[in-house]
Design a protein around this ligand. Sequence first.
Ligand code: FE2
Length: 176
Amino acid sequence: MLYDFDWSSLIKDLNLNDGDPKTPNKQFYSNVDGRFNDIINKWISAGYDKSDSVEWINYYPETHFPLRVINHFENWSNTKCARAWVSRIRPGKMAPLHQDIDDNIEQYLSKGQLVRFSVFISEPAPGAVFILNDQVYHMQPKGKVLQWNDYLDWHAGINAGFEDKFMFNFIGIKND
Ligand SMILES: [Fe+2]
């Protein structure tokens, strides 16, 4: 499905240097109770904790882009936003396979059924790849939306291309 929105303006208006970089050198997994040790251990045993190629940079509503983006997507998806962010992967960088870490997940789940979306918001670009479960997405049209089967689905983003790769990520709580 396609979600029609002015993604180009959103990306153009981002202050790229002001994002929240996630790398193995930072506390990007706030693994407060150890529930995600399994993923972290997989990364370490694969050597990702020592890899320069692991990096993604997050941008958040209100802080980095207008809240109206979220309101718009809530209406379209018939959900209330639990969490949303824009992710940027620079050429040569990647987010290895993982499940998303969220220490507030119980709080969201207590409000209803969760729906997770990923939206391709860049122009299709060779080398910009997204993996979700057993599917690989490449050269996807701008505005294409993936609805996940489960918010814990395994996924990865890879940029082997020449331009920054951007995606819009959204966890919603279904409206009754
Ligand atoms: Fe993720």
